[in-house]
Design a protein around this ligand. Sequence first.
Ligand code: PGA
Length: 252
Amino acid sequence: MRQKVIAGNWKMYKDLAETRELLGALVARTAEIPEGVTAVVCPPFTSLSVAAEMVRGSRIRLGAQNMSEHDEGAFTGEISWKMLKSAGCDFVILGHSERRQYYGETDESVNRKAKKALRAALQPILCVGETLKERESGVTDAIVGGQVRGVLEGLTAEEMNRLIIAYEPVWAIGTGRTATPAQAEAVHAMIRGIVRNLYGDAVSQSLVIQYGGSVKPDNSAELLSQNDIDGALVGGACLKADSFYQIIRSAK
Ligand code: PGA
């Protein structure tokens, strides 16, 4: 049985006071996290060390939203794997479509970051997904399949056991428009098939593949009940303790 992983991507929301408020509410309710479900929060960089203190000893794990592909140096505005580790992170989201769209990230840069993260024992959440135009032109599998091969380039089977893939159709992110469970499942199964071809059955069967894009309490149970959907990457609905916990509970 694969673990279900529900991760909250806070994006550019929550200053320190707001971080304390939301995490206080989340930590107080960890008894609601079902067995077999991992809950992760990914606040902005400025909140990470405060968040790490607050989740310490609880069942909530910490992740970041991005990471530099370099170890250190003159890279103004960047954050390294070492900084994330020392701030208490176990996870890092890489290649989110907003980073691909606004900050020029590519499969190649995401792949370099993934290698760094894995060597630093940070668990990458590698994001892939097609645009609306691509879906409407019938090239979803080609686009998403290409992204999957690109971000995984050169990774070993052992490393595959320490990463997560998040399928996030760009047209479903922040739009209120979710992929139907069948649409999502079809892409998840396709991704697992690619991983099976590359790494064999055991690796593909243990790979966690999250769905992301307008996941809400009223659609999460059905999405998460699909065969190949092993978790969710949640944006808007993770910013309130109630809706995040409704999604976490629905993973069971
Ligand atoms: P959303 O964001 O849930 O607000 O659509 C998901 C994401 O961008 O990871």
